[in-house]
Write a protein that binds this ligand. Structure first.
Ligand code: NAD
Ligand code: KPL
Length: 305
């Protein structure tokens, strides 16, 4: 198996991972959307990663979907709604047993990808690192955090995992990655939609703690019904802790909406509501919240899914 990392999605997190892997001497290749994007990238001459105000340039090679050649190791770093269609285009190049790391927030997109490429090993990731694009091909590392990777179908550590340590990417192999993803999803469901609806920073929810608490109760019940009791433990307390600790920040969903970008609602609140329906769990508050958010997004001309 080749150890070259192909990176699909040269946005915020994709660039952050690509630059760290490349500077550790790992072979990295970016997969760009089309020849126009490739030309724009080649004109820039590489990616720039800004860390602690210091920009550094990385001349990482790039290609498009149509470039021939097998892929053994793929990092999927696009948004949840783009992941499955993008991976499908690469399916013919992915060798049997290739390792595919899925960086998407929320749940649902990982299964969509796995359905498209049953011949590869999908590794689910949950990241608390923060990065954003300052301009095309230039990304700022904004918040140190951590990454958990795991495979819900196979507890053995993936071969690609050692590269992360070598590259200084803080990560742990997790045998309960679904629990981690559910917990993060629940936190995001309790905080992010309300920040959009109340048009506030995370700290603004301190004025709506009853509403937050009622959502946490429903989310905890849902997690139990979905066989994720650990993800439900002390959820309400952690949500309040996160609201206080990130009081000055705008949630990721708030920022998407503010910049007129499509949100990942389908893989967050949408996933929670679909899971509730499948398990026959009544979640009237989550459903009402989902409807209010869809209405709000639609009124702004943004997709409600
Ligand atoms: P982003 O929008 O900055 O980057 C996504 C990139 O994928 C873009 O450059 C886009 O052009 C590219 N892309 C989309 N479809 C493509 C295709 N078909 N072919 C090639 N490229 C394609 O997104 P991001 O912020 O890096 O987020 C990626 C995922 O990571 C999301 O699910 C997000 O929720 C999650 N996440 C992000 C952060 C963060 O700080 N940015 C933190 C934690 C989790
Ligand atoms: O992850 C977050 C986000 O903004 O997406 C936090 C800060 C936890 C709020 O849900």
């Amino acid at each position: 198996m080749s150890s070259t990392w192909h990176i699909l999605g040269a946005g915020s997190l994709g660039s952050l991972w690509a630059c760290r892997l490349a500077r550790a001497g790992k072979a990295v290749r970016l997969i760009l959307r089309d020849p126009q994007r490739l030309a724009s990238y080649q004109h820039a001459g590489g990616l720039t990663l800004v860390e602690q105000d210091l920009p550094r340039h990385y001349a990482i090679p790039a290609e498009t979907f149509d470039t021939p050649g097998p892929i053994h190791r793929l990092l999927v770093a696009c948004k949840a709604y783009d992941a499955a269609p993008a991976v499908l285009r690469l399916a013919p190049r992915l060798v049997a047993g290739a390792e595919v790391v899925l960086l998407q927030n929320g749940l649902g997109s990982q299964d969509e990808v796995a359905e498209q490429v049953p011949h590869v090993r999908c590794l689910f990731a949950s990241s608390t690192e923060g990065a954003f694009r300052e301009q095309d091909w230039r990304v700022r590392f904004a918040g140190h955090g951590f990454n958990w990777l795991g495979d819900p179908c196979n507890p053995s550590v993936a071969a690609c995992f050692d590269d992360l340590g070598d590259a200084g990417i803080p990560a742990q192999w997790s045998t309960d990655i679904l629990t981690r993803l559910w917990r993060k999803l629940a936190l995001n469901c309790a905080i992010n939609p309300l920040t959009v609806l109340h048009d506030c920073r995370n700290g603004g929810l301190l004025e709506h703690l009853a509403e937050v608490g009622a959502l946490c109760d429903e989310l905890s019940g849902l997690l139990q019904r979905c066989g994720q009791p650990q993800a439900a433990e002390d959820l309400h307390e952690e949500v309040e802790r996160v609201i206080v600790a990130t009081a000055a920040n705008y949630s990721s969903m708030y920022q998407d909406v503010r910049h007129g970008r499509r949100t990942e609602i389908h893989y967050l609140l949408g996933h929670a509501c679909r899971a509730a329906a499948r398990h026959g769990a009544p979640v009237p508050r989550l459903e009402r919240l989902h409807q209010r958010l869809v209405d709000n997004l639609t009124a702004r001309g943004l997709p409600g899914a």
